[in-house]
Write a protein of this length. Structure first.
Ligand SMILES: Nc1ncnc2c1ncn2[C@@H]1O[C@H](COP(=O)(O)OP(=O)(O)OP(=O)(O)O)[C@@H](O)[C@H]1O
Ligand SMILES: [Mg+2]
Lengths: 363, 334
């Protein structure tokens, strides 16, 4: 097994800095997701690891040994592109066996291995089909079979699921996790979908504008985002501006334009500083206005501005004074537009970041 | 070529061609007639391609479309009828509709070979010229492909300073008159001893063929995403094996289309071959020219004119089976 180590990697295209000094380690046999918005340099990072792009600075090491002097064909890497790029003039067996043919293995052995791998991706019997005769999901599985057959030291996947429909994507996600755990291939997986990253990865690296802004387990990134921008990207789309009023043992109080809010942790910034609290739409509780008496803290009344039903959940937009909050409610209760409600923000689900320019840093 | 183009301009074009053909045949300009017939062939192929794409599936043609197809057929094949008759004639005088004396009547009495006997006898040099034409065209096509592939790839994929200038220079052979280029080259080639040699002819044939080939292959490369080659590389294929196993098979239709045109262009070049060949190397165009330059429609000339069209026709039939229409559309889409 191979440990992949990226060390202060920089890539500059003329005057564009696509990757600005990224360092991260993918432990042997683990799956790391590189998560970030479009244009943040994810693909460029993968291409440098594959050797398809020459880094401007920095180093890439497999088990401590730099691979920069090696041409792409010598690095023994598997790469799955967003478009599956199956060779259209070869059938499934030809595509899957390509890497082994390039390694000049005997024909019989190639045929044997192709059959084994096709069985793993549940495509046995498809050897003679051509790529144009396969569905999107089948093509993607052929593409994956084609890369794992060579037993690559590192597997790179660039948004391999973004061309598939929602249901298939879920199936393929499970399939990839499963396969990766079984074959124990060190994998770097690029995506801009936070759900995908959380579900697949052992660890997540979040990238903005060519920089790695946070690296940690999915749980860490999801629950303890380092900046409000990461929180926002991870789906905590509600931002509440306020002033830090009091700080105590494991809790603090925030003054906002609507009311005081208790927060379930104590941020390190001084009392009186301007801060931003974030909360995920699915972490906000909603009650009918009549039940208001039961609610003791962090409650305020608000009006429903918009209600959209998505099978299973209802997405509300509520407003109270300056606050406009997005709420995802999984209960069977329905509120109509214009109806008055009580909103409760659980102190444990509020997370506070200082206001530092546009970027709000925590800790 | 735009996806939908009205057939009317083509109809008018073929009509004009037809009138010119009839006129040139009546005035006995055989060479002109043969050239126009070739042009008609190209029009016909384009028209058929066009119609197939218009339709998409079997369906009833409108009366206009049917008329048009018949019209193109007649415009293309019509001029060959007098040519065929002339090749079997011994005496065919104005204003007789058919020859007064046929070749097979005369062949027993004439002292020298006549008509097709002449065409196939060694003194006509038809076989030798055919071999020369085909061999030269094949070599030119191969060299042209080898030279144009890397050039087209770079033009299609990379952006560099002076790229548009290079593209312009690649087109200049199509703009500058052959005779101007030919004279200059002849003088140089005489000095360095390339005049009258096969090598010299191959080199000058590359001048008009490379621009076509580079143009066709550039658009082919523009349609081929880099991803395929990169995937091959990552899977362990070095540059040469990537070229052989992935790039070449994927652009084969484009190479065939370009090769077909290079072959046809090379086997039709008269002036440059005539200059550089210096009479020592005879190809079908130069042979036909020396045969008919007097402007008479004699049976021997008619026979050779028919022979000249054969390599092109065989090649067209062969490649038509391999080349998808899109490649033509792509290559000349501009
Ligand atoms: N060959 C190139 N030449 C110039 N700029 C480039 C090149 N490749 C990428 N870039 C720039 O580098 C930046 C990062 O690109 P990259 O493709 O790595 O983004 P990404 O994170 O993969 O985005 P996406 O999610 O949209 O695929 C972008 O601003 C892009 O415009
Ligand atoms: Mg990308």
């Amino acid at each position: 097994m191979t440990e992949l180590e990226i060390d202060s990697l920089v890539k500059r295209f003329d005057d564009v800095i696509a990757v600005g000094g990224v360092s991260l380690t993918v432990k042997a046999g683990s799956l790391v997701a590189l998560l970030g918005p479009s244009g943040c340099g994810k693909t460029t990072t993968l291409r440098m690891i594959a050797g398809l792009e020459q880094p401007t600075a920095g180093d890439i090491r497999f088990n401590g040994e730099s691979v920069l002097p090696l041409q792409p064909e010598k690095r023994n890497i598997g790469m799955v592109f967003q478009r599956y790029v199956l060779f259209p003039h070869m059938n499934v067996a030809g595509n899957v066996g390509f890497g082994l043919r390039m390694r000049r293995l005997p024909k019989a052995e190639i045929a044997e291995r192709v059959r084994e791998v096709l069985e793993i991706v549940q495509l046995d019997g498809f050897e003679r089909r051509f790529p144009s005769q396969l569905s999107g999901g089948q093509q993607q599985r052929v593409a994956i079979a084609r890369t794992v057959i060579t037993n690559p030291r590192v597997m790179l996947m660039d948004e391999p699921l973004s061309n598939l429909d929602a249901k298939l994507r879920e199936e393929m996600r499970a399939f990839i996790t499963d396969l990766q755990k079984r074959l124990q291939i060190t994998t770097l997986f690029v995506t801009h979908d936070q759900v995908e990253a959380i579900e697949l990865a052992d660890q997540i690296g979040v990238m903005f504008d060519g920089n790695l802004v946070q690296f940690g387990t999915p749980e860490e990134i999801f629950n303890r985002p380092r900046t409000s921008r990461i929180a926002d990207f991870m789906g905590a789309t509600n931002l509440i501006v306020g002033t830090l009023e009091r700080k105590g043992d494991g809790e603090s109080v925030l003054t906002t334009s609507v009311q005081k809010l208790r927060v379930g942790h104590a941020p390190p910034h001084p009392v009186g500083s301007e801060v931003v609290a974030t909360v995920r739409p699915e972490h906000i509780d909603l009650f009918p206005a009549a039940a208001g008496g039961d609610c003791a803290e962090n409650c305020f009344s608000a009006a429903i501005e918009e209600a959209v039903y998505y099978g299973g959940t209802v997405s509300y937009q509520v407003r109270s004074g300056d606050f406009s909050l997005q709420i995802k409610d999984r209960s069977t209760r329905r509120f109509a537009r214009g109806e008055g409600v009580i909103v409760r923000l659980n102190p444990e689900n509020l997370w506070v970041f200082p206001e530092v320019g546009g970027e709000r840093e925590a800790v | 070529m735009s996806r939908r183009r009205h057939p009317l301009p083509w109809a008018i074009g073929s009509l004009a061609l037809f009138v010119l053909l009839a006129a040139s045949l009546l005035t006995g300009r055989l060479a002109l007639a043969a050239a126009l017939a070739g042009l008609g062939g190209v029009v016909a192929i384009l028209a058929v391609t066009l119609f197939r794409r218009h339709q998409g599936g079997p369906q009833r043609l409108s009366p206009f479309q049917r008329f048009y197809l018949w019209f193109v057929g007649i415009a293309v094949l019509g001029p060959f009828i007098p040519l065929v008759i002339a090749s079997f004639a011994f005496r065919w005088n104005w204003p007789d509709l058919l020859p007064s004396v046929w070749w097979w009547t005369a062949r027993t009495t004439a002292r020298t070979p006549r008509g097709w006997d002449y065409v196939f006898s060694p003194i006509s040099r038809v076989l030798e010229s055919t071999a020369n034409t085909v061999i030269i065209a094949l070599i030119v096509t191969l060299v042209c492909i080898v030279v144009s592939l890397p050039a087209a790839r770079v033009i299609a994929r990379e952006n560099f300073r002076g790229k548009s200038l290079i593209e312009f220079f690649l087109l200049t052979p199509l703009i500058v008159p052959e005779i101007a280029v030919g004279l200059g080259i002849l003088i140089t080639f005489i000095q360095i001893g390339l005049a009258g040699s096969y090598l010299g002819i191959v080199i000058v044939h590359l001048i008009p063929t490379i621009p076509y080939m580079v143009r066709v292959l550039t658009s082919v490369f523009q349609g081929l995403s880099r991803d395929y080659e990169e995937q091959a590389q990552v899977l362990g294929a070095g540059p040469l094996r990537t070229l052989w196993h992935v790039t070449l098979p994927m652009i084969l239709p484009g190479i065939l289309a370009g090769g077909l045109f290079a072959f046809l262009v090379s086997s039709n070049i008269f002036l440059l071959t005539f200059f550089i060949g210096r009479g020592r190397i005879e190809t079908l165009p130069t042979l036909l020219f020396s045969e008919v330059s007097g402007g008479r429609l004699d049976p021997e000339g008619a026979g050779i004119a028919l022979i000249v069209t054969i390599p092109g026709i065989i090649l067209l039939i062969m490649t038509e089976r391999f080349i998808k229409e899109e490649v033509f559309a792509k290559g000349f889409g501009g």
